[in-house]
Design a protein around this ligand. Sequence first.
Ligand SMILES: [Mn+2]
Length: 430
Amino acid sequence: MKQIYSARVKKALKLLKDAPYKATVVISSNPHALRSRDTHYPYRPNSDLYYFTGSYAERITLVLRPHAKDPVVLLTYPEDKIKAVWDGAQPSIRPLAKMLKAEVITSSDHLKSLLALVHGSEVVYLQSIAGTASAALKADLSSRSSLANRGMPQSLIELERFTARLRAIKDREEITRIKEAAALTGDAMLNLFPLLRPGTPELEIAAFLDYFYRTNGAEPAFSTIAAAGRSAATLHYHNLSRRLADGEFVLIDTGCELNMYASDVTRTIPIGESLAPQMGDLYEIVLRAQLTAIKKIKPGVLMSDVHETAARELAAGLKYLGILKGPLPQLMKKQAYRPYFPHGIGHSLGIDVHDVSLGANDRVEKLEAGMVVTIEPGLYFSKPVGPLPPCGVRIEDDVLVTAKGAEVLTAGVFPKGLQHLIEIGQRAAA
Ligand SMILES: [Mn+2]
């Protein structure tokens, strides 16, 4: 298990060494995020630092510089006995240093240490996260006159430009962890059954899922969306102030972070006994778009192609419902579906729920074996349109790109077939 981290560091060093310039990477742990005044959010390790160390240690910085005598350096602060009284003692970083064959520098001035460590490099990859030593170095280097910068890296590049090359392609351990996070989300959704009936507050659905995650060693990977009826037309709906109602959908977009890896799933479930046939049609259109998009996935395909595939199905469906009119090629050319399908088809998934991508954005990402992406088409109506009341349908799964095609990592999460979902709703309502 532990070799995965040293193997990743080794791979990073090799990538850096193969570059035609002398490059150094500086990755700091996250600062504590302030919630308000003197209360903080629970601590979460920095994703890039975690990727290379597997460590939850705070106030450390990892430096990778393959051209130096000590290519791996860990910066740490001297022990703070008073802080330890309040927050508990920090675990020793010696085992981590041993695992990564790192030299440890204990210093109370990390900026000063970093300036010495990057001297002689031409390029340095740095973070922009306020409060990190890496960002402090970035600010310092960019504020200097060129004279004062002699011997210092002239090129300061955003860290993610480097780490994305590694993190975008998931190794076996990462895929296992994403699958475990997906399985836990599946369990949580199955345990949700009895709440899927008219009268349940949206908030109760979200609170139940959060409770389930936390009592199973995980936590929500993002704020759970539970959107009943018209609420679902708001893409990032967080009010959670309505109740589930008979004949409406509830859209549940949820995921957990387990062992630092995320799942991200959306299911849209009919509530009660009286779903209008047009609502059923709407559901089937989105499901068909999702299945067609997943079928399109294989190495070499662009995410924009996958998007286009889903969009064509959605446009054809909107035409069938009488909401769009005209020949399909023209509707596609005009992107007439955009008001109803305003977001992208998906995003990469990993340590971060919106994980790093190799393209300039998610849409131009060229798929490679080992990438994990979400596929999440949807249709949303903020006002009544034709026979449809204000509502939204989205269906989202997590998909691994394999050598030949795709593997749905969330296949076991929750049924997607409409008839099955209607039966679940009817059973919950009875
Ligand atoms: Mn998503």
